[in-house]
Design a protein around this ligand. Structure first.
Ligand code: ZN
Length: 253
């Protein structure tokens, strides 16, 4: 695990276990040292990841009553939830529905990806609309797009946005569902991100970035909506091709 302090109170923990797999990606767990709580944003592939992240957190910050925030229901974000049993799990209502629907089946199908113990723990607290935690200077809000159950976190003190998989490098990945993806809703989420004007943008499978990652993801989605050609930039053509092909299939094109 690689750990990196972000701003005054963030800790980005990055795991490379999936880099050599078919998923070929880094995966992040992000922690925020709040006033009253330690916020653990996603828990990855199991107890081994969460425990490593918490060990690192303890070395750098004061650990307070933990809360787990779930960016969405996908397996690579939730399997370690049970490793912090004292932490309530927050997520959108749809996230709870999807975990109840698919969680146990995917846990069995992808058992080889577990790290430490992994299980499905359903959310305790449902976030139906944006929540401003005044004392913590955090905004927690639904961010549908990659999946309909997305949840994002904006640290207003450090101006850090934690977007889960709603942002990806070089372009977003649209989950095929069910339910059918909704491009307009996804675009609205990214416009909301832009309006927050974050200094740092944390995506679950990318390196820390800035506003340009939001703008790039947004212009790609707009090109899909408008049927215009998108020119991939940078040395990620192969990854772009794979994502683009999957996105077209997800949209039934
Ligand atoms: Zn993911």
């Amino acid at each position: 695990m690689d750990a990196q302090r972000i701003g005054s109170r963030g800790l980005l923990c990055t795991f490379d276990d999936l880099l050599s797999s078919e998923y070929a990606c880094l995966t992040n767990i992000y922690l925020i040292a709040g006033e009253r709580h330690t916020f653990i944003i996603d828990t990855g592939l199991g107890s081994a990841w969460v425990e490593a992240a918490l060990d690192e957190f303890h070395r750098r910050f004061e650990f307070r009553s933990p809360i787990i925030l779930t960016t969405h229901h996908h397996w690579d974000h939730v399997w370690g939830h049970a490793a912090v049993p004292e932490a309530p799990v927050w997520a959108t209502p749809l996230c709870r529905d999807f975990l109840a629907r698919d969680g146990e089946r995917i846990l069995k199908e992808l058992a080889a990806c577990r790290r430490g113990s992994a299980s499905i723990r359903l959310p305790d607290v449902l976030v139906e609309s944006a929540l401003d935690l005044a004392e913590e200077a955090l905004t927690i809000f639904p961010s549908p797009g990659h999946t309909p159950d997305g949840l994002s976190v904006f640290d207003r003190r450090d101006k850090t946005l934690v977007a889960g998989d709603a942002l990806e490098w070089p372009v977003p990945f649209i989950d095929p569902g069910p339910p059918m993806p909704d491009l307009e809703t996804y675009i609205a989420t990214l416009n909301r991100y832009l309006h927050l004007a974050p200094d740092v943008v944390i995506a679950s499978h990318a390196s820390p970035a800035g506003l340009e990652l939001i703008a790039q993801n947004l212009s790609y989605l707009e090109s899909l909506r408008d049927g215009t050609r998108y020119e991939p930039r940078g040395p990620n053509d192969e990854r772009f091709d794979a994502y683009h092909k999957a996105n077209l299939a997800a949209l039934g094109r």
